[in-house]
Design a protein around this ligand. Structure first.
Ligand SMILES: [Zn+2]
Length: 370
């Protein structure tokens, strides 16, 4: 009898434990995640953006090794990028220029792609990204690795892959032909030897390839693939093209992506959109909060470990939705004010950003001690 009672008690305890465990696992976050996913699948079933393709294309670029200007890796990246576009539908131009880097002549190449059916009498918009990766990982916490190359999964490959996929689906599914994809070389080598930042985009912005074009606006994608990314409204974009920033951010919020597309501000950032803004073209930068949130920035850890298909999907679906709507909004586009650019350049220099970050960090540490 005593034994019997003990066994019953044990059985009750075991059943209670099993029941509570099942309750816990079935009720809380899991259920919510499941319902969010199925809700999203319904909302996005008509979308064409393929995050798996983009993820693979990021990985393929990283597999090519370092892709700094003049390297074998960047030459292979050019082949990879252009091989993604169907040659019967796309016209591809290479804009070559030579820069001296540590006494060596380096040939740099911007890649300009457009649908063959583009109507040149109508305005076109630009989707932009840099495809070079940084020669030195000077932000790496390991002093031994500061002169190793950056793999550039997020800083380089992600923007290229998202822009390529968007270009393909705009042409193939939305009959949009009046746009260009421009991939810049030599964005990311500032302060290495005597090299500057934004060399490729600056060359492009001063060339007839840009100046003679009939353009309406530009969207730059930089570091758009890392997990838990936060895209704040970048100040140069906001100060010069707030209508376009609002269009994209509103679209993201209508798709429930407000956790990714934050209405806080970041920067101003000195990125490839600046040379175009200086020429008057409304151009915005969609960029993760690098250094502060994306801590692998300019380190040897900017690799596939931190690339996330959810972030890729959030950016891709937002832009598919925003751009497929925008191409029919001819009035909105023609009313975009042209830019009279004034950049507080001192604030946007990377050194100032790092100093601000250091001050913020020491302040936070002090707070922790108190
Ligand atoms: Zn960079």
């Amino acid at each position: 009898m005593k034994m019997g009672i003990k066994t019953t008690n044990k059985t009750i305890i075991i059943l209670v434990v099993i029941w509570s465990t099942l309750f816990l696992f079935s009720s809380l976050p899991f259920k919510q995640v499941e319902s969010n996913i199925s809700e999203k699948e319904n909302t996005f079933s008509n979308f064409k953006f393929n995050d798996t393709y983009v993820y693979d294309l990021i990985r393929k670029q990283v597999d090519l090794g370092p892709r700094y200007p003049g390297s074998e890796g960047i030459e292979n990246a050019r082949h990879l990028i252009t091989s993604q576009l169907n040659q019967t539908k796309w016209k591809i131009d290479f804009q070559n220029f030579t820069e001296i880097w540590n006494t060596e002549n380096i040939t740099c190449v911007n890649i300009i792609c457009e649908p063959k059916e583009r109507n040149h009498s109508e305005q076109a918009f630009l989707l932009l990204a840099h495809y070079d990766t940084r020669l030195w990982a000077n932000k790496d916490p390991d002093p031994q690795k500061k002169k190793d190359p950056v793999p550039g999964a997020n800083d380089g490959a992600s923007g290229v892959a998202v822009a390529l996929e968007l270009g393909k689906i705009l042409l193939d599914y939305y009959n949009s032909t009046n746009f260009q994809l421009v991939f810049f070389d030599a964005e990311d080598q500032g302060e290495i030897y005597d090299w500057n930042w934004l060399v490729g985009s600056r060359y492009y912005a001063n060339s007839p390839d840009f100046l003679n074009e009939n353009l309406s606006f530009g969207i730059l994608l930089d570091m758009v693939g890392a997990e838990d990314a936060v895209f704040k409204r970048e100040r140069n974009s906001w100060n010069n093209a707030k209508e376009l920033v609002s269009w994209i951010w509103d679209e993201a919020h209508s798709l429930n992506f407000q956790n990714y597309f934050s209405t806080s501000f970041f920067g101003p950032i000195h990125d490839d959109h600046v040379p175009l803004l200086e020429k008057g073209l409304p151009t915005i930068d969609i960029i993760d909060e690098f250094g502060i949130r994306f801590k692998q920035w300019h380190t040897t850890s900017d690799n596939m470990t931190f690339i996330d298909t959810e972030t890729i999907a959030v950016v891709g679906l937002t832009l598919e939705s925003a751009l497929s709507g925008l191409i029919n909004e001819t009035e909105f586009i023609s009313n975009l004010p042209s830019v009279n650019f004034q950049n507080p350049i001192i604030l946007s220099s990377p050194i100032i950003l790092i100093l601000l970050w250091a001050v913020k960090r020491s302040y936070t540490r002090k707070k922790d001690f108190n």
